[in-house]
Write a new protein. Structure first.
Lengths: 225, 166
């Protein structure tokens, strides 16, 4: 496995210890997992990409634009592919009954969004910057601010669930979930960059984050058609 | 831009606000012809329930389902049994569902398969089941419990479910 991917077992992330498979994965010959992504059975409304307009009022927090392109490993844009996101509010609290962090919920923020990429593979969300929050992995453990992303791409093998981080966050070097990726270049691929060109003056800062999914080109023996 | 793939990260414990959707567990309408209930539990290396797992079922040509486990680690899907499909090498694969597992503590998702207990002959000839060491094959075959199919996912330990590299 590439050093750009996390292992299943990473003991510093305590949750992996009893959940990582102990037996080796079974490898199938080429082609057994090559089938297209499903038609996603969930509708997407016009405002689903705007997490700041899902309630009567605006959520508290720093309004941001998060945008980027979804590409396959051969550089082709993935058009009309679904991107799902979820995140904590500005205080670092999820709208989830199991989130016990004593920080306030925001009645104007659910923290979930969806959109389809355009013809160039671009996605765009409007949201508020999520807060850092504590967790019980080790003493004084805090997750860096992050937004969860879920993508399908074009086929079964391109499925990806991951997290996007923010540049300069001092919690990143201490976070075992991000640090589980062995290679610095791999970790860097999960950090968005500040995007002054997309920033809207007097309104919202923008962050840019491109996503590369496994595509047909990642099968090394297959000819480009 | 192209190049290295974006790495995976765990779905975490709080995906409930973003990923599950209404009737996501229904690949077939309950009560429709051929519809069956598949239920099971996701268990960790100590046999404890995993209450924060998300499962997806991919059935090429038929549909897609998504559901989460509850506080007992339990989940269910309603689906119809798919047909046999041809493998890339030309042989026939027994009817099966592709099952993807996400959870807190899984830095990457896991992929397994669910085979059907009434397909003894097709299962015996299935090219994927035949790649698995015989003692572990039963982890991939659901059990018939009074008309409901039972399929537990053991992430680790004794009777660990077979997972496939993707």
């Amino acid at each position: 496995m590439s050093e750009l991917e996390p292992p299943y077992l990473y003991p510093e992330y305590v949750g992996t210890r009893l959940r990582a498979p102990a037996k080796p994965l079974v490898h199938l010959p080429d082609g057994f997992h090559d089938f297209p992504a499903p038609l996603f059975p969930r509708t997407i409304a016009d405002l689903d990409h705007d997490l700041t307009r899902q309630h009567a009022g605006e959520p508290i927090g720093e309004r941001i634009i998060v945008t980027g392109r979804v590409l396959d490993s051969d550089g082709r844009p993935l058009r009309k592919t679904i991107v799902e996101v979820w995140q904590a509010n500005a205080a670092g609290r999820y709208l989830d009954q199991d989130d016990q962090h004593p920080a306030p919920l925001d009645p104007n923020f659910t923290g979930a969004g969806r959109c389809l990429t355009d013809n160039e593979g671009r996605y765009r969300f409007i949201t508020i910057k999520p807060g850092a929050y504590p967790w019980k992995n080790h003493r004084n453990a805090w997750r860096p601010a992050h937004i969860h992303f879920s993508l399908f791409g074009s086929e079964f093998r391109s499925r990806l669930v991951t997290q996007m981080y923010f540049p300069g966050d001092p919690l990143m070097p201490r976070d075992p979930i991000l640090q589980s990726i062995p290679d610095q270049a791999g970790r860097a691929r999960l950090v968005s960059r500040f995007d002054p060109e997309t920033t809207v003056p007097e309104w919202a800062l923008a962050y840019r984050w491109d996503i590369v999914l496994r595509g047909r080109a990642a099968t090394p023996f297959e000819d480009e058609s | 831009m192209s190049g290295p793939l974006t790495p995976s990260q765990t779905v975490g414990p709080f995906f409930g606000v973003g990923l599950p959707f209404e009737k996501g567990e229904q690949l077939a309408l309950p009560g429709s012809a051929g519809a069956m209930r598949i239920e099971g539990q996701v268990l960790d290396g100590k046999g404890e329930p995993v209450p924060d797992a998300l499962l997806e079922v991919w059935q090429p040509g038929t549909g897609f389902g998504r559901t989460r486990t509850d506080s007992e680690g339990a989940f269910h899907f309603i689906t119809a049994k798919p047909g046999a499909i041809r493998a890339p090498d030309g042989t026939m694969q027994a009817p099966h569902l592709n099952v993807t597992v996400f959870a807190r503590g899984l830095l990457r998702h896991l992929v397994t398969r669910l085979y059907f207990p009434d397909e003894t002959e097709a299962n015996a000839a299935d090219p994927v089941l035949n790649l698995v060491e015989p003692a572990r094959r039963e982890t991939l075959v659901a059990k018939n419990c009074g008309g409901v199919l039972r399929f537990d996912v053991r992430l680790q330990g004794e009777r660990e479910t077979v997972f496939f590299a993707i």
